[in-house]
Structures are given as C-alpha cells and as structure tokens.
Design a protein around this ligand. Structure first.
Ligand code: SF4
Length: 428
C-alpha cells in the first residue's frame, strides 16, 4: 500500500522550521542524554513492530488474500487515496475483473468506469497496459523478480517492493510518506526527504529493517481472524505503513501508545512535529473553462479526452479553456459558432486536478448541430449510455444536475445568476 492516505499513507511532510533546528536538537540531545542515546537499529525496530502488528493490523479486504494480482490492484488504488475510499472500489474491481486475464481483455471504458471517482486515472490505464504485458510475457502471472516488476507500466520502486514483500514475502524495501515520517522521527533526520542523500539513507534503513525482520522468528500474537500474511517481510512492511497511518501521524502522533517510543529519538526530544522537515508544495494554478451541455432530442453530445491529456480516455461534455477575464458565453458561442443568446447559463462547477483549481462555467444548448461541432472524438448518447460510460468526476456531477434532473430543472433564463453545480475538492 502506498502513499497518501492521511489516515494511513501520507506523502505530506510535517511542518518544521529548519532554522535553528540542528542547534536545538544538539542542545536537547545533550540535556536528555540520560533518557536515550544512539540511533535505533534495524533489528530493534523490526522486533518491536513485529510484536505489535498482529494486534494492531486493521482489517482490509486485500489483507485477506495472498493473490499477488489482488495485492497489486490494492497498492495502485491506495496511491494518493485513503483506505476507506479504496475499499468499495477494490471490491467492485475484483468482482468485475478478478484476474489478470480479465483485466487484459476488458474494454478500456469498463476499466475507466470502475476507476471513476478515484482520480489519477493514468493508474487504471497503466494497470491494464501492465496486465496485457503480463499475459503476453508471463502467462498472466505476476513475476516475483523485482527487476521484472519494475519493467511494468505504473510500477516503481515502492510498488515493486510492496508486491515483493506482501505477496511473496521477499525482503524488499518500501518507502512512502508514512514510513519516511516514522524513520525521520526515530532518528531525528532533518532535511528534505526527497533530497538524494537523505532519500538514499531512508531507503537503506527501510532495506535493513525488512532484512532484519526476515531473520527474526514469526511473532507470537494472533492476527485478527481472516487476515493473512505471507511471512515476516509482509508483516514488517505493513507494520511500518500501519504505524505511520494510525500512530505516528502527521499531527498529534500517539507516542504514548507507540511500540517504538522507548527507542525513538524525536520522542525523547519531545520534537516529533519537527520531523520530517517541510518542503513547499507545487504552486497552485487557477484555470477557467467554458462547458456546453448540448442536447438534441433525447441525446447529449460528449467528447473523449485524448490519451495524452490528464484523465485521458474519459468522456466529458465539450469544453474549452478561457482566460480569467473573458466572457464565458461569448467565448463558447464563438467556439461553437452559435448565437450567444442560444446558450443558457446553468451554473458553475469548481474542482481540482493535482495543482490546478478549476472553475467551469456551464451552459446548455438545445439547437440541432450544423457544421459547428467541436473537434475531437464525439458521440451523441442517451441517458443510459451516459450512465454506463466513464465520465470525469466533475462531469458526472454536471450530468446528475443537468441531465438526470433535466425535466425538473427547467430553464432559468439568460438573466439568472450562475449557481454552483458542484464544488468538490477531490481530483476529478
Ligand atoms: S514515539 Fe512518537 S514520534 Fe516516535 S515513532 Fe512513535 S509515534 Fe512516531
């Protein structure tokens, strides 16, 4: 499982002022040396976490199987997404596409529809590309060799390590935002964890811990009924993730209940919140779109996003980017070559994709098409097709408001003020 589950895997660094930190840590270390000194070693970390994990492991459906495909799907879904969000998606995916063969042979629209709402859709497309490679080269099986895993689309060092350790009990290291936070606190490591030198040290510690776990006896504790772990490497890496998600949280780490508190340097210094050192995120960019919900009789016009765009392969109501101070209706009318008063303002939809904060101005149009259709892969579809095809999250909400409630909504007239159609913050 990877990354940004704020309740589980987070890629955020905790805020911590670098200025004066090293000095403060040196001073604090000397005054508290009687409580704790020295870096916790890999065997100490592994031993404490292996004892703790059986009773602490949360129940997740992918922890009830050793099927490498099911584990791989869960790891990809969990990237940037919380456990509770992923569970229904994973269950539905495993019902509809239970094998690598089924995924490889599924139409792209089915794959994207199953992913719709999870965001970061390149993950779904890469899963299918990788499944097709596995069918062609590995008889539909996931190899346990990390170098072969790393050749597959969408599988990087973290995911290869997670599949290797969780599915095959290999001593493969993993490092995500949660584990980085735990390690930086255990060893009071200041600096940007993405900087090459510190990142190398963190991977090295992750490798040492999982190798140490392999050499230890299996823990005596009994896990929750039904949970299955391939061995100590699986337990170890999942214990690290679990600790970062549930105990060593970004804010308010629960040091009192932490199995590592007797060997944690940040805890001894009462300074967990200072590690890891924060780094500024990417600059937020505001964008504005003009969107047309164009109907003729019982059909609506949709356009497919091209593969090289964000959310490639998804369908949406045609739209065009406009400048911040442009009149949206006039821009849309010019683009579609229709009179501006044929466009009815229907509201506004705010949403985010990665660093982009997007406002879409929505207009409906009911005149028959001439030679004025926008470019791209277009279809006129009925309500049933709209319900079945993959739409981006924002356009699914627009469809709910303006297509499903088409009769009830009626017309508001050009003079009506735009009102919000959707305003979610989740990526679409
Ligand atoms: S003692 Fe506190 S800071 Fe240290 S690893 Fe545990 S929860 Fe994190």
């Amino acid at each position: 499982m990877s990354s940004a589950d704020s309740g589980k895997h987070s890629s955020q660094w905790t805020p911590g002022a670098r200025r004066g930190l090293d000095r403060q840590v040196r001073v604090s270390t000397s005054t508290r040396r009687s409580r704790f000194s020295g870096n916790p070693n890999a065997t100490g970390i592994a031993s404490a976490l292996l004892k703790w994990f059986p009773s602490a492991a949360r129940d997740m459906p992918w922890r009830r199987t050793l099927d490498p495909y099911a584990i791989w799907v869960s790891e990809i879904m969990l990237q940037q997404t919380q456990v509770k969000t992923v569970i229904p998606y994973w269950e539905r995916w495993m019902r509809e596409l239970p094998t690598i063969d089924a995924l490889a042979n599924a139409p792209l629209d089915i794959v994207l529809r199953l992913w719709e709402g999870l965001g970061y859709y390149s993950r779904a497309r890469n899963l299918q590309k990788a499944a097709r490679i596995l069918v062609a080269r590995h008889r539909g099986r996931i190899p346990d060799d990390p170098s072969e895993l790393l050749e597959l689309p969408g599988i990087g060092r973290y995911t290869a390590g997670a599949i290797g350790s969780i599915a095959f009990d290999r001593p493969d290291a993993i490092l995500d935002g949660n584990i980085i936070r735990v390690f930086c606190r255990l060893r009071v490591l200041p600096g940007d964890p993405r900087a090459p030198e510190l990142n190398r040290r963190l991977w090295s510690l992750a490798a040492a811990v999982v190798v140490a776990a392999k050499a230890l006896p299996a823990p005596a504790g009994v896990p929750r009924t039904g949970l299955r772990f391939a061995g100590n490497c699986s337990r170890m890496n999942q214990a690290l993730m679990e600790l970062g998600a549930t105990v060593c949280r970004v804010s308010n780490p629960d040091c009192g209940d932490c199995p590592l508190n007797s060997i944690c340097r940040a805890h001894a210094l009462r300074a967990p919140h200072r590690f890891p050192t924060a780094k500024a995120g990417p600059k937020v960019v505001q964008r504005r779109l003009a969107t047309v919900v164009w109907s003729t009789g019982p059909k609506w016009l949709i356009r497919r996003r091209s593969d090289d765009e964000v959310n490639g392969g998804f369908w949406e109501f045609p739209n065009q980017e406009i400048a911040r101070d442009t009149d949206a209706a006039a821009a849309l009318a010019g683009w579609l070559r229709v009179p501006v008063d044929s466009l009815e303002p229907r509201g506004r939809c705010r949403h985010s994709i990665t660093r982009y904060r997007i406002v879409e101005e929505i207009f409906s149009l009911t005149r028959p098409p001439g030679r004025n259709l926008p470019a791209g892969e277009l279809r006129w579809v009925d309500r049933e097709t709209l319900a079945a095809i993959p739409l981006t999250g924002a356009h699914r909400r627009i469809k709910t408001r303006l297509v499903d409630n088409h009769t009830a909504t009626g017309t508001s007239g050009r003079a009506a003020l735009p009102r919000p159609i959707c305003g979610g913050k989740r990526p679409v």
